[in-house]
Design a protein. Structure first.
Length: 255
């Protein structure tokens, strides 16, 4: 069994167990390119049962990049099994260490079969955007130091996500639009589209091309989460509402 196969099998077993587990980087010496190979094979083994809804960008702001020891974003996937609709009720006990992130979500109109060269070309594939909440679930042993290899190998800590209704993106300035995140009616975070690498479309271009280079097929209907806008919130019990200027609202309850 190759090293990559060994790690993939271990991750499958750990994820299926429902328990916390040691970080990949604490057990194996991998670079980021190898971690993407682990991710691709891990997703390939799990996609039969979990489906593939789309892709996600992580570490799209300086604080998270510093936390993971990189100067660039990281990419992961979103499984169809994790998709929720606005108004969802989540139970905190069902997760390990949940994070709450308000993000813009783009919907592919058609298959993307090869790398996209420019933002103008990219816009031919995306007509709609949605308000979204991404809910990574940190499954590692509490107190672990997490780096880029750990994030990438586990498909960017993918767990669940919530989507609102889609609206046309053509006339929106997605970099300037504001996002307000409320908990129990009190605003807890402000953000803007440009919080993700300074440009929504540049982030989306990077995410599409990185997903393709990792070995995934981008299909019509796949969703793309482009990174947290404003603060990443801890999983405190309450009622949440994220308002995206010109795009819409997403609501959920955490009990």
């Amino acid at each position: 069994m190759s090293l990559i196969n060994e790690i993939v099998q271990e991750l499958c077993d750990n994820l299926d167990s429902g328990a916390r587990f040691a970080t990949v980087s604490s057990r194996y010496s991998l670079d980021e390119s190898m971690a993407y190979k682990v991710q691709e094979q891990l997703v390939d083994k799990r996609v039969v049962n979990l489906g593939l809804a789309g892709f996600k960008a992580a570490a799209t702001a300086a604080p998270s990049q510093q936390k993971f020891g990189v100067d660039h974003p990281l990419a992961g996937v979103l499984h169809s099994s994790g998709r929720l609709e606005s108004g969802a009720v989540l139970l905190k006990r069902d997760y390990h260490s949940l994070l709450l992130e308000a993000e813009l979500v783009y919907v592919a109109d058609k298959d993307i079969l090869e790398p996209v060269q420019t933002v103008e070309q990219l816009k031919e594939f995306f007509s709609y955007v949605m308000p979204g909440i991404e809910l990574p679930n940190i499954r590692f042993v509490e107190g672990s130091t997490i780096n880029a290899v750990d994030v990438v190998a586990t498909a960017a800590l993918t767990e669940a996500f919530i989507c609102g209704g889609k609206v046309p993106v053509a006339n929106l300035d997605t970099d300037s639009l504001g996002v307000k995140f409320y908990k129990d009616g009190v605003k807890v975070s402000d953000g803007f589209g440009r919080d993700s690498l300074g440009s929504q479309w540049d982030t989306l271009l990077w995410l599409v091309n990185t997903s393709l280079s990792t070995g995934y097929k981008v299909r019509a209907g796949h969703v793309f989460f482009t990174g947290a806008l404003g603060k990443v919130l801890p999983p405190e019990v309450g009622q949440y509402r994220a308002e995206f200027d010109g795009v819409g609202v997403v609501e959920f309850t955490l009990k």
